[in-house]
Ligand binder design. Structure first.
Ligand code: AMP
Length: 437
């Protein structure tokens, strides 16, 4: 199926064409028609399945059509659509998706979240927004100050509900829900369905359709994965050492930060290894050139940050190297999922320093297995114990993320299963990296 078979309007098809999205992902194919009918939806899906577009596209279409049919523009401080997300990163990403897919609709989206000044956010709200993407704490703050009013919300999305629960945001979420009008369309997305989420789904969804996609973690089974424990200061030496072994014909190297990516590129170039780099501080032109050089094998290595690498598709990529481990375990799955496609064997090598051991635990929990450790290498980790000053604060528990907990919800009206299988090719077309990083 193609996007133009989903009854989408021209302004949205045009934006999807700009993004070079041709084939809807399984969750998009299932959800878009249901949502366009105005139905409530329970989506069991993780990030990486295309779930953001699965809700953003129909929401934008419905709002656009309402506006075309004479619906008034939003009043100051009164959004028409509310999307709640657990983290500021996700809020920013989701809002960016609405902006991207809605760029020809004239609809306005903003993100609000804590940890930054509220003034620009309240000014934007005052100017009138169609779609508000928010984290629950900041939203309740603004509601308390009478700077945001939810009485005009006609569509509500609760995204990553299980993470909201893990992070202790449920009281805030429930406070927000209590402020929403009764008459609305509601969508709830969650990667797992523990009892609390099921109970919440039962209480907020009205006769929902359920769409389930197989967890992304199952898509990495075919990839050979290895861990190298190495001190931070030795990572670059280890990387060069590994690349000197010509079995690594070409590799995508992930860095958590833009500075780090630049440093890696510089060191590899000095070592005589042709290397390109893409991150958010590079212009679109420079990024595209780096990517095309890599695809054409003019450079052997491409160093990338996660956001810059979103949506990049490289056929026949044999190696992914995680120079830094990501702090979100799903990001690990996205990163390594770029190799081993279309039945090819792929290898994912990850460096893990002392500070990253917690991240490794989360990753192993998500993928449901231990990653083999390569013990024999020239730079084994020296730091074994840290002084209390250097220790990181404990991380909040991530809750039950293993596959066993993915229970089928009891309240499903009709359970559909969209197979996010290895053979699905919805992401195979290269799309430009228009990330906002
Ligand atoms: P999400 O699960 O919403 O975080 O999306 C995962 C990634 O897939 C994002 O980088 C999207 O830009 C990309 N994406 C979503 N839908 C499609 C599609 N139909 N075709 C190609 N890429 C897509």
């Amino acid at each position: 199926m193609k996007f133009n078979e989903l009854n989408l309007i021209e302004p949205i098809l045009k934006a999807l064409n700009d993004e070079r999205y041709e084939i809807p992902s399984p969750i998009q194919e299932e959800s878009i028609p249901i949502l366009l009918q105005g139905r409530d939806l329970l989506g069991c899906a993780q990030t990486g399945t295309g779930k953001t577009a699965a809700f953003a596209i129909p929401i934008l279409q419905m709002l656009y059509q309402q506006r075309e049919n004479g619906a008034p523009k939003p009043k100051p401080n009164s959004p028409k659509v509310l999307v709640l997300t657990p983290t500021r990163e996700l809020a920013t990403q989701v809002a960016q998706s609405f902006v991207t897919y809605g760029r020809y609709t004239g609809l306005k989206t903003i993100a609000i979240f804590g940890g930054v000044s509220q003034n620009p956010q309240t000014a934007a709200l005052r100017a009138g927004v169609d779609i508000l993407v928010a984290t629950p704490g900041r939203l309740n703050d603004l509601i308390g100050q009478k700077l945001c009013d939810l009485s005009d919300v006609s569509m509500f999305v609760l995204d990553e509900a299980d993470r909201m629960l893990d992070m202790g945001f449920f009281p805030d979420v429930k406070k927000v829900i209590a402020r929403l009008p009764q008459k609305r369309q509601t969508l709830l997305f969650s990667a797992t369905m523990p009892e609390e989420i099921e109970a919440l789904a039962n209480s907020i969804l009205d006769n929902p359709e359920t769409v389930m996609v197989t967890p992304v973690s199952s898509t990495v089974d075919s990839i050979e994965q290895y861990i190298y424990f190495v001190d931070k200061s030795n990572k670059i030496k280890l990387l060069i050492n590994l690349l000197e072994d010509n079995k690594i014909f070409s590799a995508l190297v992930f860095s958590r930060t833009k500075h780090g990516a630049d440093r890696i590129k510089k060191a590899l170039t000095q070592a005589g290894i042709e290397t390109g780099v893409i991150h958010g501080d590079k212009t679109q032109g420079v990024r595209q050139k780096a990517l095309s050089d890599f695809k054409a094998l003019r450079t052997r290595i491409l160093v990338a940050t996660d956001i810059a690498a979103r949506g990049i598709d490289i056929d026949e990529l044999s190696h992914v190297i995680n120079y830094d481990l990501p702090n979100e375990p799903e990001t690990y799955v996205h990163r390594i999922g770029r190799t081993g496609r279309a039945g090819l064997s792929g290898i994912a090598i990850s460096f893990c320093n002392f500070d990253e051991k917690e991240y490794l635990k989360d990753i192993q929990k998500l993928i449901g297995k231990e990653i083999p450790v390569v013990k024999e290498h020239p730079y084994p980790m020296k730091i074994l114990v840290k002084t209390p000053k250097q220790q990181r604060p404990p991380r909040p528990p991530r809750g039950q993320r293993s596959q066993e907990n993915q229970k089928k919800p009891k309240n499903s009206q009709s359970n559909r299963k969209a197979n996010h299988s290895k053979s699905s090719n919805w992401k195979r077309k290269g799309k430009p990296t228009k990330s906002s990083e």
